[in-house]
Design a protein around this ligand. Sequence first.
Ligand code: AMP
Length: 313
Amino acid sequence: MTDSTSHTTEQPTAPVVAHTRTELRAARAALTSRDVAVVMTMGALHDGHAQLVKRARAEHDHVIVTIFLNPLQFGPKEDLSRYPRTFDADMEICTSAGVDVVFAPTPDVVYPDGDPGVRISAGPLGTVLEGQSRPGHFDGMLTVVAKLLHLTGARTAYFGQKDAQQLLLIRRMVRDLDFPVEVVAVPTVREDDGLAMSSRNTYLTESDREVALCLSRALRAGGDAAAYGPSSIRRAAREVLVEEPLALVDYLVLVHPTTLADVPEWYRGEALLAVAARVGTTRLIDNTPVLVGPGGGMLDVFTPEATSLSAHP
Ligand code: AMP
């Protein structure tokens, strides 16, 4: 027999919040298992971040989320000062997703000696696509990812396919510099109308948002043409973008998943269809992995074979 008074709704426990290195060490020491995964974020959390956390939660004993706006990866004319800061709402998302520890340091905690003289270099892959528009961005990103891996001691790290070049460079760093870390890719989470979720979507006006839909539509059109080869994919995607003159396209490319080189017309296999455009005052990026060739189409994430770094076109 059930007794309605016995149905207490269990409140999820709020994560331990660490702002300093000492607090993080203490929080880390209090975890009961060494099976710890990390999800690194810049805050202003949305359902895309929540999916990363849920995957990490399902696959590991403990999850640490880092919330850090890394000044090193923002250019002088970029949006560091206006980037949305929503710590209380972020904590609610972390609480309901079952996060154990939130590490939310200030820049002086992460960089106690000021800007680091020694940094991770992203190399040539950091100078194309996003790197071309954002010089130094990927060096700054890799430097903080390396530091946060050391500080959290996590052995598995979850990253979104949404930031495909970032994901590739982190895989590269882990492999090239022998970090004892497993990198897991999580598919891009989208709004119902296809817009890829992003903290920067809050910058979009209502009409910008309509315009912004052309990015995901272009990717879908490209994916639908995947069976017919690279030039058909590029053409189908471009046709969607040219119909939206208010989206100022920075690049639309179909490139190899690990070299980021344009795939040649004969290429069959997995490739990255990626787009960047300015809509209003906001620079947006989106991408999809595609299988090029007969039976091809959009993929959620690349297969392990496609991202094994020995793969070449
Ligand atoms: P950010 O806070 O924007 O730096 O993102 C933190 C992590 O969340 C990165 O690994 C991103 O790739 C990932 N992420 C951001 N937006 C999405 C999304 N819409 N779907 C999946 N992952 C995302």
